[in-house]
Ligand binder design. Structure first.
Ligand code: C5P
Length: 396
């Protein structure tokens, strides 16, 4: 693969010496490394070792460079931040957002993917505090390269040995490769529910949280795409780096999506758009005593169908949530709405909506089908883009 800019953070542990061998390997493979050593790392290995291997400045402090603000420059210029070895202390600091040295500042300031390779004593690794911090980082999208079991510095066998060099190089390059997969693509994503106003305090809506679309947006960003995310009302935080357009009603979502569609190379409609809106929205709160017996409804525009009608080279993906005849009706939508693919989930029994897990299948062509299985919405988002690469003929 082509060389990339990698920031390597080295923490203080016996395995710090292995970071030097890893640096040499990555440099030989054409990557350009900026190395940061924590104070504790310098008790095990000298900055000079890394300076000689990288032929670049090695950073050890927030304060040594005067006006340069090294943590912001290093955070922005590197495609990946890898922390090898990662100690329990630094894992905790990053999970908590404690920015008390250069490495922790960079980890907080960067928008690049983060990889951590823990190495420590077995008891420290298995401590609930460490497990919780690792789970937090994983949940935020960091890659944790699990330590191996083997002979530890304490002269005993156990889990906590730094993953071997082959694994580290493979995982680092896998992230770098993935980051380029959607480079140059502009992905338009609709997500979340819409709210259709009855009066100033009442509305019609549905149980969508927008999580599926948000995870698909996060994964598209991680794979190098530019993302326009048109998001209905939800408490779920959108990913950093997306061009976010907040909307409330279906009409607003329609306008926002259609305005951005002409520049999109891929559009993914995950939004649970309300099919109807009240024919009349009251300007004042309707009094309980004056409560209308019926609310007359009007059809909302079909955003995805409109994108299909105006499609000009955009690869268009819809979502279908049905409780019966799931795949047959999804295939009808595929043709009627001029889609290139449709992801189906069976929401009978409440699965999918508002839950962390989901089960999806991607349908395309006359009988194309890729089963994405049942998993967390984050994992399914990764499988979704893997499958789309196959359908678009750009991968697999
Ligand atoms: O026809 P149905 O609503 O089941 O189609 C679902 C797909 O159409 C989803 O991709 C959804 O985001 C999209 N859709 C839309 N605008 C609507 C209704 C559905 O974009 N008004």
């Amino acid at each position: 693969m082509n060389g990339a800019r990698i920031l390597l953070g080295v923490c203080g542990g016996i395995a710090a010496y292995k970071a030097a061998a890893l640096t040499s390997r990555l440099v030989q493979r054409g990557h350009v490394l900026d190395v940061i050593l924590t104070d504790e790392a310098q008790r095990f290995i000298a900055p000079l070792t890394f300076a000689a291997l990288t032929r670049r400045t090695v950073y050890t402090s927030l304060w040594e460079n005067g006006a340069a603000i090294p943590h912001i420059v290093l955070a922005r210029e590197n495609a990946l931040v890898a922390i090898v070895p990662a100690t329990a202390h630094t894992i905790a600091r990053i999970a908590l957002g404690l920015a008390d040295d250069l490495l922790a500042n960079v980890a907080l300031a960067t928008r690049a993917p983060l990889l951590l390779a823990p190495a420590m004593n077995t008891a420290m690794l298995e401590h609930p505090a460490t497990r919780t911090h690792l789970a937090t980082l994983r949940e935020r999208g960091a890659t944790i390269v699990e330590p191996e079991s083997g002979f530890l510095a304490e002269r005993e066998y156990g889990a906590g040995r730094l993953a071997d060099e082959e694994t580290l190089v493979r995982d680092i390059e896998r992230i770098l490769g993935r980051m380029r997969e959607l480079a140059g693509e502009r992905v338009l994503i609709t997500a979340g529910p819409t709210r259709e106003v009855i009066d100033p305090v009442r509305f019609l809506s549905n149980a969508s949280t927008g999580t599926t679309g948000i995870e698909i947006a996060r994964e598209a960003l991680a794979r190098g795409a530019a993302v326009d995310l048109v998001l209905g009302p939800t408490q779920v935080p959108p990913p950093v780096g997306a061009e976010l357009v907040r909307v409330t009603t279906a009409a607003e979502m329609y306008a926002a999506a259609l305005a951005r569609a002409p520049v999109a190379t891929i559009a993914v409609a995950t939004a649970a758009v309300a099919d109807w809106r009240p024919a009349q929205a009251f300007d004042e709160k309707v009094k309980k005593s004056a409560e209308p017996q019926t609310i007359a409804l009007k059809r909302n525009p079909d955003i995805l169908a409109a994108l299909g009608e105006r499609k000009n080279g955009t690869f268009l993906v819809g979502f279908a949530a049905e409780t019966s005849d799931v795949e047959a009706s999804a295939r009808l939508k595929l043709t009627h709405k001029h889609l290139d693919a449709i992801a189906v989930n069976d929401v009978s029994g409440g699965a999918g909506f508002g839950t962390g897990d989901n089960a999806l299948a991607l349908l395309f062509g006359t009988d194309g089908r890729i089963d994405l299985g049942r998993s967390s919405k984050r994992e399914l988002a990764a499988r979704f883009w893997d499958a789309l690469a196959v359908v678009r003929g750009t991968g697999g």
